[in-house]
Ligand binder design. Structure first.
Ligand code: SAM
Length: 309
């Protein structure tokens, strides 16, 4: 009962296991591709913030396919965390805000630019909406910065965005670099989540732009209310719900037996995390090794009397 209840509550979680994807997010990239034909003609692709690797799996399956000449396809996956290997995917364990990571990516492509960069990056959420939105925006800008080092003119950049109150500013910043910017919400992304994806097409940086890793775009602009801007100063980005509308609804609960002719069988996760941070915490707790609060050396009464002196 326990194991299958998540299968019931989250149809994409269940389908991911059944189809062998490492995470349910695979469906988001697949549905974005259905709408935007992202993979057409792509030979070099980068997956930023890739672990545990379901987007890299999609890239590997879609770009390499079963063709024999898949050797000229190059996929680089970057994440702070290590992930289990995938066919045809080179991993860089690194930080997307670091120039060294950009240099490693360039080295891997032997100086050739990438056709596509995708980023599903997300920091650990704090639950404080303003803080979470701000950090997500910073991560997106870091992804944009590193992308400008490797993406070919005309190339595509796809990234996760939080549709918070200052999202207009981000759209404007993306429009500086891409002639087409669309905000898309795949069917597999829950309606209850402010998450969406920007699909930025036709990379065309401003003349004379030199890629760098500093992030001058956001911080100093917070005294301007971007929602008040009008005319050419305000960029309205089209919003698109994507993925076949008859596809499963990610906010609904489905019965375990989806097909009356097929009995439900539990599927374990495709690739459990190889070194999750919680593993050490569980080990410490199990062995009673977690730090304990030291008992105060001065009795509380003493502390109060000191304060009154
Ligand atoms: N797209 C992935 C998939 O389909 O399996 C899931 C990505 S997960 C939602 C977000 C990832 O962003 C985490 O693995 C995290 O380590 C990574 N991340 C966050 N900040 C990063 C940074 N500065 N550099 C590299 N990776 C980062």
């Amino acid at each position: 009962m326990g194991r299958s209840s998540k299968d019931k509550r989250d149809i994409y979680y269940r389908l991911a296991k059944e189809e062998g994807w490492r995470a349910r997010s695979a469906f988001k990239l697949l549905q974005l591709d259905e709408e935007f034909n992202l993979f057409k003609g792509v030979r070099r692709a980068v997956d930023l913030c890739a672990a545990p690797g379901s987007w890299s799996q999609v890239l590997s399956r879609k770009l390499r396919g079963k063709e024999e000449k898949s050797e000229d396809v190059k996929i680089v996956a970057v994440d702070l965390q290590a992930m289990a290997p995938l066919p045809g995917v080179t991993q860089i364990q690194g930080d997307i805000t670091k120039i060294s990571t950009a240099q490693e990516m360039i080295r891997h492509f032997e100086g050739q630019p990438a056709d596509l960069v995708v980023c599903d990056g997300a920091p650990d959420v704090t639950g404080l909406h303003d803080v979470d939105e701000y950090i997500q925006a910073q991560l997106l800008l870091a992804a944009l910065n590193i992308t400008t080092h490797v993406l070919k003119p005309g190339g595509t950049f796809v990234a996760k965005i939080f549709r918070g109150k200052d999202v207009t500013l981000l759209y404007s910043q993306l429009k500086i670099f891409f002639s087409g910017v669309t905000c898309a919400k795949p069917r597999s992304s829950r309606n209850s989540s402010i998450e969406a994806f920007v699909v930025c097409e036709n990379y065309s940086p401003p003349e004379g732009y030199v890629p760098n890793m500093s992030n001058p775009l956001l911080d100093h602009c917070y005294d301007v209310d971007f929602n008040q801007l009008e005319g050419p100063n305000r960029i309205i980005v089209p919003f698109l719900a994507c993925g076949d509308l008859s596809a499963f609804d990610s906010d609904r609960t489905y019965p375990l037996q989806l097909d009356p002719s097929k009995e439900y069988r539990y599927t374990p996760p495709t690739q459990p995390p190889i070194c999750p941070p919680y593993q050490q915490a569980c080990h410490l707790r199990k062995n009673n090794l977690l730090a304990k609060e030291e008992s105060p050396s001065v009795p509380l009464d003493g502390a109060f009397s000191t304060l009154h002196l």
